[in-house]
Design a protein around this ligand. Sequence first.
Ligand code: NI
Length: 138
Amino acid sequence: MSKVFRFGISLPKALIDKFDEFIRGKNYTNRSKAFGDLIRQELVKKEWLEGKEIAGAVTLIYDHHKRELLNKITDIQHDFQKVIISTQHIHLDHDNCLEIVAIKGNPKEAQKLADTLKSTKGVKHATLSMSSTGKAID
Ligand code: NI
């Protein structure tokens, strides 16, 4: 954690009012944390765009009864083992599985993995959570 530095920002009153209303809705109790998170959000976006080492997760919802789909998902994960650091499988109910694939590495590979899983026939829903290793956003 780097040293905290205090500085002033001048913005139109209407914009600050909208910002305060926005952060209240997001449960922030102070502007500093909210500003910091907005900055970090942009820095994380930049990490993904510039091909820096990233971290995140792909979540999948799929039908447990489709055995060939299960094999396909496993095959894809073996093809992308360079960016996959862990996989958690949760049996949601009698029919549905939730799989959380934790990723770390090259963002292009991570995006390709997410796209490949998402476009696999039988996958009901998939999301890519684009996050950071945390190193560059202190
Ligand atoms: Ni399951």
